[in-house]
Write a protein that binds this ligand. Structure first.
Ligand code: SAH
Ligand code: SF4
Length: 415
């Protein structure tokens, strides 16, 4: 299938470049208070600032009417700005999915954009677990369509969302620009790792999108999946700082958040120690029935084989009824055979974890030499797992026509 064996690449990412302007989005209320106190202001100004950025979604210091005008002027004069990421471009799929090019504050230029996705869902038909975290799951059914690869995207106004025609939605968030993990089937891997996103840049994607769709925090059923570009557990501190912001400042529930990792063991070990009030649910990209196949498609497996990943996952204390998700990308002929399903079932059973398996038919991408599984193979794999008593769901391909589906997030436009 490939001429060269998969390579392990360095996993360290450069941090965000130093910015000339000073973005405040990303600081929590406490840090804002500290900052403002050092500028001679009372501490409560920090909460006012946080309220303005994270609850009212204001984008300019000049708009924060709770702050005295001289303070607003002074902060702006000193180069401070809210600096929340903005939706620079939006692409809409025939299925309602929207893909965004998110532009970050700062000096601009290369490495300053990433992508995020909005997946609306109508009522009914959703499967999944008690917290309905992944609304694009339906079971048991085979994917409705295996659309042909469509290479064209239709730019849409970044400012004109549809009127509200969704009752639930899932937002897919990026944690890095590009990715170093080098999974052989993933388009994001082709970018290599350009840089880590800051906490404000990660949380800011969510705020920009919930503003666009006028989400009512605490009322609308909106789920977050950290499954966009990048490996969250290789940008652990910023990723978790973003989660804390989203929970404590923006007001979203960690029970409606899922982080997916390719199996970065030190990250999983740290995650296990996070307090439950800020810990999202965990998904592991298993993607193969055994180490031999996994090594071939995910070179990271040489560093952290399946048994080590599972041992680390076992240390994560789960909430009542919470389950670990194993994601499994079906690659035609490579991971979609009947014996693979039996092996996966055995592996999941032996893990002793309360778990479910999400099956994802591989989404093709330019320059990636795999083939899609046939609909029959997907259905057979699903049935085989269910037959072995393993809860399994087929994840619907969403927004495939706009490159928004899993593994298709790769910047197509430079800001
Ligand atoms: N880096 C993290 C999260 C982002 S990838 C991780 O790998 O878990 C999110 C999911 O998309 C992963 O489960 C990954 O295996 C899957 N994926 C990547 N490329 C894909 C493709 N081309 N088709 C289908 N799924 C893909
Ligand atoms: Fe990175 Fe995830 Fe893609 Fe692997 S699947 S290259 S970890 S984004």
């Amino acid at each position: 299938m490939r001429e060269k064996p998969a390579q392990l690449v360095p996993l360290d990412a450069p941090d965000a470049p130093a910015v000339s302007r000073k973005p405040l989005f990303g600081l929590d209320a406490e840090s804002l208070s500290t900052l403002l106190v050092s500028a001679g202001e009372p501490a409560f100004r920090g909460s006012q600032f946080a309220e303005a950025m994270y609850r009212q979604w204001l984008r300019e210091i000049s708009e924060i009417s709770t702050l005295p005008v001289p303070l607003r002027t002074k902060l702006a004069a000193e180069g401070w700005q809210i600096g929340r990421p903005i939706i620079a471009r939006a692409f809409q799929s025939v299925d309602g999915t929207e893909r965004y090019l998110i532009e970050f504050a700062g000096p601009g230029g290369k490495g300053q954009t990433a992508e995020a996705v909005w997946m609306p869902e109508g009522d009914g038909g959703e499967a999944g677990d008690e917290a309905d975290s992944e609304q694009n799951l339906r079971a048991p059914s085979i994917p409705r369509q295996f659309a042909e690869w469509v290479g064209e995207t239709k730019p849409q106004s970044a400012l004109s969302p549809e009127t509200k025609d969704w009752s639930r939605a899932t937002i897919c968030v990026s944690s890095q620009v590009g990715c170093a993990v080098n999974c052989q089937f993933c388009l994001t891997a082709k970018l290599g790792l350009q840089r880590n996103l800051t906490a404000g840049e990660i949380a800011g994607q969510v705020v920009a999108i919930i503003e666009r769709h006028a989400v009512r925090v605490g009322r609308d059923r909106v789920n977050l999946v950290f499954m966009g570009m990048g490996e969250p557990f290789l940008n652990y501190d910023n990723f978790m700082a973003a989660v804390r912001l989203l929970v404590r400042e923006v007001g979203l529930s960690p029970r409606r958040m899922t982080v997916s990792t390719s199996g970065i063991v030190p990250g999983i070990e740290r995650f296990a120690l996070e307090p439950p009030d800020v810990r999202p649910k965990l998904a592991i990209s298993l993607n193969a029935p055994n180490d031999a196949v996994r090594e071939e498609i995910m070179p990271i497996n040489r560093k952290w084989p399946i048994s080590e990943v599972i041992a680390a996952v076992r240390r994560v204390p789960l909430r009542p009824r919470e389950r670990i998700t194993f994601e499994y990308v079906l690659l035609g002929g490579v991971t979609d055979q009947a014996e693979h399903a039996r092996e996966v079932a055995r592996l999941v059973r032996r893990s002793g974890l309360p778990a479910k398996v999400n099956l994802i038919a591989w989404n093709p991408g330019p320059g990636i030499a795999y083939t899609m599984p046939s609909p029959e193979a997907v259905a057979a794999f699903h049935e085989a797992l269910m037959g072995e008593g393993i809860p399994a769901y087929i994840r619907q391909p969403r927004g495939r026509d706009i490159f928004a589906a899993c593994g298709q997030l790769k910047r197509t436009i430079e800001a």
